[in-house]
Design a protein around this ligand. Structure first.
Ligand SMILES: [Zn+2]
Length: 104
């Protein structure tokens, strides 16, 4: 299977797009820093703020299950797949083309 241009996906897919697919509803927003219930370990959907996301730099961190990474890694963690198949899945979910790396 050809490689995928992860750098391009990292640039072009926003954290907000991934959070929308996850159905994430922040319980608090402080500028670009959003807090809420963790979509990965399924914390109680109350006013939990274990999960924090910086939407501008596109990084997340959960203070309970300790998962962290960028927006692409968040999708991979949520779908419990390796990054490569997870990115094919993510492009389809967003209705965009997969940026294959073609080597000649
Ligand atoms: Zn968590």
């Amino acid at each position: 299977m050809p490689g995928i241009d992860f750098e391009r996906l990292r640039r072009e897919i926003t954290m907000e797009q991934v959070l929308t697919l996850l159905g994430f509803e922040p319980s608090q927003r402080t500028g670009d820093q959003w807090y809420g219930a963790c979509p990965l370990h399924k914390s109680a959907p109350d006013r939990s703020r274990h999960f924090s996301v910086h939407v501008a730099i596109r990084r997340y961190h959960c203070h309970k299950c300790h998962s962290q990474g960028n927006q692409l890694e968040l999708w991979a963690a949520f779908t419990k797949r390796e990054l490569h198949p997870a990115m094919i899945d993510l492009c389809r979910a967003l209705g965009r083309e997969i940026p294959w790396i073609r080597r000649w």
